[in-house]
Each structure stands twice: as C-alpha cells, then as structure tokens.
Design a binder for this molecule. Sequence first.
Ligand SMILES: [Zn+2]
Ligand SMILES: [Zn+2]
Length: 329
Amino acid sequence: MVSVDVISEEDDMMTVLFKDSDRALLNAVRRNLMGHIPKMAIDTVRFQMGTYDQCTKCEHLNPAGVARRTAGGTGCMKCEAAFEKEGDDYVVWETNYAIPDEMIAQRVAMIPIPTDPEAYYFEGDCPDCKDLVEEDRGCPTCNMIYTLRAFGAKGGKTITARDLTFLGDDSGNVPEAYRDIPITVLHEGQMIEFWATARMGYGVNHAKWSPTAGVTFEPRQTASIANDKKAKTLFDMGLRVSKKDFKDGRLDDVSKVSALKKDLHNVGAGTGMSEDFDDAITLENVEGEFLLSFETDGSMTPKAALNASFSKLEQRFASIKEDIEHVIG
Ligand SMILES: [Zn+2]
Ligand SMILES: [Zn+2]
C-alpha cells in the first residue's frame, strides 16, 4: 500500500516522500499536478477604449471634448466647473500605452487567482448555466470578475496586480505576496481600463491554468561512508553535513541526505578534490521510495494541489476500471 509522508511544507513549496511506490505512479502524480488540477485563471479581458477629460475639481471623468467650452460644452457633467484651459480646469487621459492589449491580457492571465474548487464550478458543469449555449455561460458560481482602472504619472507609474479589484469578497483578491507582479507602465496622460473574467480550467489547455511549477521526483537515497579516512576530505570543509550526522557510517534522514548531495559537489569531478575524496561516501537508492517536490504559483496551497491531484487520479483510474470491466464483462 502506497504511503505518503510530508517532508517539508511551505506556503508555496512542498516535498513529500512516497513509499511502496514506483516511477509509473510518481509520473502519473507529476503529470496530474501540472496539467489536471482545476484552477481559476483570467480567460477573457475586455478593454475599455476612449479619451476622457478629468475635472481637476471633482475628478469626474467626462467623455472627451463634450464638456469643453471650446467645443460648446457647459463644463463638468458632475460639478459643472467650466472647462476652459487644459491642465488647469481638466486633464486629458487616453487609453493609449506602449504595450499591446493582447500582451496585457496574457500578463493578467498569468497572475495567480486564488482558487477555491469548492466555491466555483467549471462553466460546463455549472448548475446555473451549463444548459445555456457556450457564449451565454458565465455566472457568479462559475466566473470571477476583476476590474482595473489606473492612471499614469510623470516619469512612468507601474501598474501591478495590486490594482486589480475583485468584484466580491476578499477571498478573490490576489494574494499579498503576488500583488507586485507588473502589468504595464503608464505615463502622464495614459490610462488603462478593463474588466477581466476568470474561469476554471486545466493546465493541459494553457499554462495559466497550471497551479504548479518545477514538479520533479527522484529516488530517495541513503548515504554510507565507504572510506573513513578519505571521507574526512569532505568533513574537514565544515559544510552542511558532518561526521556526527552519520550513525554507524550510514545516513538515512531525508533532508540531511539532500544537504549531503549539495556538499558532495565540492569534492566531485572538476573540483580538484575528487582524487583525494575518491568516492569515500556513496549514495544508494531506496527500493520503492521516491521524493516528489514542487512549487505552486500562489493560487492554492501545495497541499490543496496534491490532494486535488490524488482525487483526480482516483477518478481517472476508476473510469479506466469501468471501461475495462465493460469490455471484459
Ligand atoms: Zn467636476
Ligand atoms: Zn455558471
């Protein structure tokens, strides 16, 4: 029976040890983590285009031209201040900037959207709108809507994920650690305005729907000292692992072994020490044991991603079993 132990866990990184397992299973988990975890990501961005005269008195945005005295306008549509001189009475803002809208949409898509798979459905499974034609789908149980309206400044102002506003409670806001992701830089007179829709999807269809990165696995290894005298070459360097960490010439602890592997780079080929050291410490794979490690992008915790991967695998294996039974039966 496969067992899984958590070796280390941080907000966005995790290492787990699989026992009684094999490479096929680990690879299935790895591929699932990358491509088959339900995740929210911004999928469509609707850009607002236009030019505005912003009232310097009340900051109201008036449609370009219509409020200006020179165009026969009667002043600010909110506070009625006269618009006579640009710069004094009003400032002109235009939705015009250096980066094309497509690139901005791509950047916004890659910003991690906090994903609660219990709270949202895929559009195709949504109880409220799955029966509608595809273009008409999208409701509060399957879409998350974000808006952004930002203005530039002299010398350039960086617009970041912090400027995205989620239309809903705090749970939908981009996590604090990721709010400095840049979207674009705006200069004086430049503004950007859009609303964006996040939908559930899978990493196999686009990287924005993959919550994980750097998913790797390797056999668990143990170390043993083959030659006490030569092993001293390494221990004398005073690095991460010392002789004391070994019990009867053996080292089993997972994190100590991984530290030792880093230490061994100091006595390996090309270091000038490899002859003195002469493979005095050897590493050995442990049968059926593997270390899986990965990072998440901030849209969910590593544990949530791993659990989602397990339940997805369970579903897929169950359906294969059903198919086989159907064929044989
Ligand atoms: Zn005004
Ligand atoms: Zn819906």
